[in-house]
Design a protein around this ligand. Sequence first.
Ligand SMILES: Nc1ncnc2c1ncn2[C@@H]1O[C@H](COP(=O)(O)OP(=O)(O)OP(=O)(O)O)[C@@H](O)[C@H]1O
Ligand SMILES: [Mg+2]
Length: 536
Amino acid sequence: MARDQVVTPAEPNMPRFTGWLRPVVDAVARVKAGVHRKLLFGFLIGALLLVAMGLLSLLVIRQMDDRMIELDDAQAKAGRAQEMLYAVTAQSHYRAMALLLPDDAAKYNGQVEDAKATFAQLLDELHRAEPASATFYENVRTVNEDYRQSGERVVAFINQGRIEEAKGVHLAEEHPTSHKLEKSMRALMATAQEDMAGAQADFRSARDLFTGMVISFSAASVIVALLLGFVLSWAFILPVRKMERALADITAGNFDQRVDVPNRDEFGGLARGLNSTSERLATLFDDQRRLATQLGETNLQLDSALQESLRELQRRAEELQASRARVVAAADAERRRIERNLHDGAQQHLVALAVTVRLAQQLAATDPDRARDLLEQLGHDIQDAVQAMRDVAHGIYPPVLMDRGLVAALESAATRAPLLVEVVANGNMGRYPQEVEAAIYFCCVEALQNASKHAGEGAVASVTIGRDVGGDGREVVTFSVTDDGAGFDPAETAAGGHGFVNMSDRLGAIGGTVEVDSEAGRGTRVSGTVPIDGQG
Ligand SMILES: Nc1ncnc2c1ncn2[C@@H]1O[C@H](COP(=O)(O)OP(=O)(O)OP(=O)(O)O)[C@@H](O)[C@H]1O
Ligand SMILES: [Mg+2]
């Protein structure tokens, strides 16, 4: 999958019927403040709602208290008016008793005074409590003063024993005045009753109003708290769910997951962290996959190189085996050649020498002249035998090579060659192990023989030998045999003879190599190198 194909997980759903709140949730998520502050704000709003509820309750209690006081006042007023009415009625009653029972008049008149004192005290209280109704209370006071004055006149007549006159004043003045006072008191009671009814009605309506207010405020507070809690919690739940889904995908190996959240709080930071982690993982995964591919390719290459090396090794092993077989066959052939040469050459000479010596012995006594001739001939035959032995020995290892080294041996071979040969030695060649000198010598001799056999009339050859340092840092002896003759195409020339094969076998046996470079009409160059392993 390409790195730029970024996938965003599906939007998580909010609870049913709450989709309309999504813009508010996103707006809260977008507020640039930490989770701690957002939660603190939510709790602060809840606490403020509670405080407002408490204040509202205090207000309600205060208002209800006022209504209760009004009610109490109205009740107290009604009670005082009732007591004052009793006090007036009691005065009439005690005064009548004093008039009917003159002997106990002092006692009853005293009780009348007590009732008057009670009335006056209650009147003062009512007046203080209701300064707004001062006119009414002043009127009552004026009537009460008339009542008191008529009462004093009645008491004066009673004290003088003039009972009948006292009764006359009582019936004409004091008693009608008491009715006036009673009427005022009843009016006062009626007003108090009205006030009480009004206060009760106020109390009920205030109670209903405040009950409604408290219920409405409570309901509004609950709704506001619920909405606030919902919006705040979903502003945190939505990014968490998105990241949860993305993480599940990342765990399954889909590193192209990216989370896009509006949050500018800790959850926003978390989403950014998750995105960069996913991106980094994708890069690492790509690198790992590329490395695995490269490793696979390298493995394949190594494998095929190994196969190639194995094939090469096998080919070389086969070549080596064939070479060993050829070396053995060449050794056998060489042994047979030496045997044949000894048999046909040196052995014949020696046999002939033995025959001549025996003949010379027989003739020594009978024919000394003939014997002398035979001995003379024997001397020549011995020379021939020596020459034959030398020829055999030459075929195996030239004495000059053994005695004087490579350059001298090649120069000697050059003089025997039927074509013109120049031998060049680059630097002081020195001596090398016998097998190195022999291999190079026989290769050069074979190349010279080829040149004399195949290069054609008038061809000129040159032999060059020298020292060099090979590719692996080891010292090597180099040689080349070049002619300007007919040349040939190495690719097309059938391997009829043994010359080149012997060359490569001889050199190969001591770690050397040989190369043939030729082209029809452009001469031939045979060159090779032999490592000398520090000996020389
Ligand atoms: N200097 C040369 N000029 C032209 N042709 C050559 C030369 N050297 C080799 N050849 C060609 O390469 C062939 C192979 O040579 P090689 O020495 O292997 O065999 P040969 O000389 O034919 O026989 P043998 O060496 O066994 O006596 C030769 O037959 C000849 O055609
Ligand atoms: Mg040859």
